[in-house]
Write a protein of this length. Structure first.
Length: 158
């Protein structure tokens, strides 16, 4: 949690949007832990896991993007962006394997600059030629959707 806290400070985050549909019960990254961290750092915490919960089936992406809940979640984010430095947080390390990609692509289409911060000096952007939208998730053999899990399973984490 210390590293995450340091990144929030370094990048001047003022609003943290938690888009995890089911925050983990582990104490360090639970919803209440993030709320407490944000409170301590004077960051506004907004939980949007209900509004921006991804569909269970990949085929339902189009319907999800057109849903009132999805539009409401985007509107909440877009309303803060013009005046505040905002951050979306989810459980996935790589955005191209996550519903975060669909959300950030929609925000980018509205003219909102999106930068994916992976680590202090490592950033991610949508590769050229890659279609927008949620790609099939590349699950690791260990089932760990983290940088370490990808590296252990022989995938590049950048």
């Amino acid at each position: 949690m210390y590293e995450f806290s340091r990144l929030l400070t370094k990048f001047g985050i003022q609003v943290l949007f938690d888009i995890r549909p089911k925050p983990p019960p582990t104490p360090a990254y639970s919803r209440s832990a993030l709320e407490q961290l944000c409170s301590t750092q004077k960051i506004n915490y907004v939980y949007l896991g209900n509004e921006l919960q991804p569909p269970a089936e990949r085929n339902d992406i189009k319907d999800w993007r057109g849903s009132e809940a999805f539009k409401r979640g985007l509107k909440i984010i877009a309303g803060k962006v013009p005046t505040r430095v905002c951050c979306l947080v989810c459980s996935c390390y790589q955005p191209d394997h996550c519903h975060r990609l669909v959300i950030t692509n929609e925000l980018a289409q509205q003219g909102i600059e999106v930068i994916h911060i992976l680590e202090e000096n490592r950033f991610w952007s949508n590769p050229r030629g890659r279609p927008l939208g949620l790609q099939h998730p590349r699950r690791t053999r260990t089932g760990e959707d983290t940088k370490e899990g990808y590296q252990r399973d022989g995938y590049r984490a950048d």
